[in-house]
Design a protein around this ligand. Sequence first.
Ligand SMILES: [Ca+2]
Ligand SMILES: [Ca+2]
Ligand SMILES: [Ca+2]
Ligand SMILES: [Ca+2]
Length: 377
Amino acid sequence: MSKIKFYFILLIATVVTICSCNKDDDKDTPNVPAKPFAEQYPIDSLAIHNYLKTHSIVVTEKPGETADQDVKIDAILVGGTKPSIWSYLNSPTFPKLLYRNVELHGITYKLYYLVIREGIKDVSGVGGESPSNVDAVFAAYKGTLLDGTVFDSSDNGQNQFNLDGFKAHDGGAPVITGWSEAFPKFKTGQLVSNTNGTVAYANFGSGMMFLPSGLGYYNKADTKIPAYSPLVFSVKLYSVKRFDHDADGIPSYQEDVDPFHDGYMYVFAKGVENKDDTDKDGIPDFLDFDDDGDGYATRGEIKDANGKYYPYDGALVDDPSTPNINETYGIPRKYSLKYPNLPESETNPREPKPEDFTDPARLRRHLDPTCFPPYQK
Ligand SMILES: [Ca+2]
Ligand SMILES: [Ca+2]
Ligand SMILES: [Ca+2]
Ligand SMILES: [Ca+2]
């Protein structure tokens, strides 16, 4: 079976299931019957709001050590004066409590997340990257229930968590929906050491997620997590692994083609509008090997005259080994109709000016169904 088909079947099969993140074997604890989501969510929402208003945090600052950005959560006692997590709501400085709306299960979840520290880019351009909801992350985390019970944690930073809603693949484990919805709001740092299986990162993003049970395990129970438990995670986002689900040469996160490039891509039922589906065939671009539906595979449409793939946005430096290609050009707009048989080259005097590579608002040619692919017969 082709890789593309494999991925697509996986997605259809699992897109609305709730996966687990290192969940313990739950054979001994039967699941309780599933309630309507619209019935459970208001209960969770109230509990989460109450939690945010009655708990405070202390963050460990130990750069270079595993404990850096560990979060200690304390209940605020009556008369206590510590700032609640809620006091950081929309704060102009970090920590910042923010939320995003997640449309799922026929309701709108308000997913709160706290950005304690924003991951930053270093001088060489590493770090400060956000995963999309279909990438994988390397992260440390600690999961607690609202009563403070710790049900799971990992701080070695070597486990890969796939946010994409598929079953395990490419060395990563699937995660609960809330992780896929919240991790894109955090940013990565830089690997500074990797000795004897212990990794250390600097400048990584850290924070917390407050998940209603519908974005967690819902009615699935185990010995540590009762059914219908809202979940609190403190997280450290170390690094991101990008996928190219449809193997068309464009990483999935760059197939996030809605006008806002919001970092989220979904598969919807046919007939439901999907802003990340260029040709509206029901298959979003990140799973569609012919994004514009013109009968030519995207993979062939993003090659230059020498059969080399254009980088999506253009590389930082021009590769000196390919004198006829300027790698700082991303995938161009429609191929020149004036000189349809000439390679793009900044050295060829007959070559049209490369303005069609540089306009950031250009419609790249693999997304333009009127663009005849120059290198395919
Ligand atoms: Ca792709
Ligand atoms: Ca999107
Ligand atoms: Ca499509
Ligand atoms: Ca095409």
